[in-house]
Design a protein around this ligand. Sequence first.
Ligand SMILES: [Fe+2]
Ligand SMILES: [Fe+2]
Length: 228
Amino acid sequence: MNETPFVDLAVHHSPRDLRDKFALGFTKALRFCADTFFAKRYGHRAIVLETVAAVPGMVGATINHLKCLRRMCDDAGWIRTLMEEAENERMHLMTFIEVAQPTLFERLVILAVQWVFYLSFFALYLVSARTAHRLVGYFEEEAVISYTLYLKEIDEGRSPNLPAPEIARRYWKLPDSATLRDVVLVVRADEAHHRDINHGFASQLAGLEPVGLPARYPEHAADTRAAA
Ligand SMILES: [Fe+2]
Ligand SMILES: [Fe+2]
């Protein structure tokens, strides 16, 4: 069984310069929009936001891949890490789609936001990879907070603690008796790991000292396809 890793909820990167402040300010503005739009509908919130969360890893992987080809240099493991992050976020989406169904309006929002966010994030990454990773670090700080609030909703009986979807049990190697609460715990641990990795990449690009080991990543199945 997959043991749920400890998550330090207090991790926050204090902004050090204008780029960090921009990344934090933008994240807080998006948080306000998400809070206004979804309120406490955490299942719907997870679906829509995971369609966004799965974008930066693939953009970062693509741009680093192309850069390494042009410069004929090593990637120091960044490309696989970022591709894995994108895949992991897509598995979050595939899990929560078993828990809630997006409304037609939410599907239209997903379509529009994907275009805007993909192109904007791609442009940001080209201009400042450091700001792009800092932005993702702050997004992930918010994701950890949101999943903590989702846990509270489940624990206090406002959201049903459904059986864990089969895809989630397989991907996180959870027992048959696992529930939605167990799934939210491992998803939150994933987000904490992404948070630390992206803040670490941003700090590395800024020439700052590493701040320590990233939050431990839960174990995932290597094959993401649903069981036959
Ligand atoms: Fe996620
Ligand atoms: Fe994430």
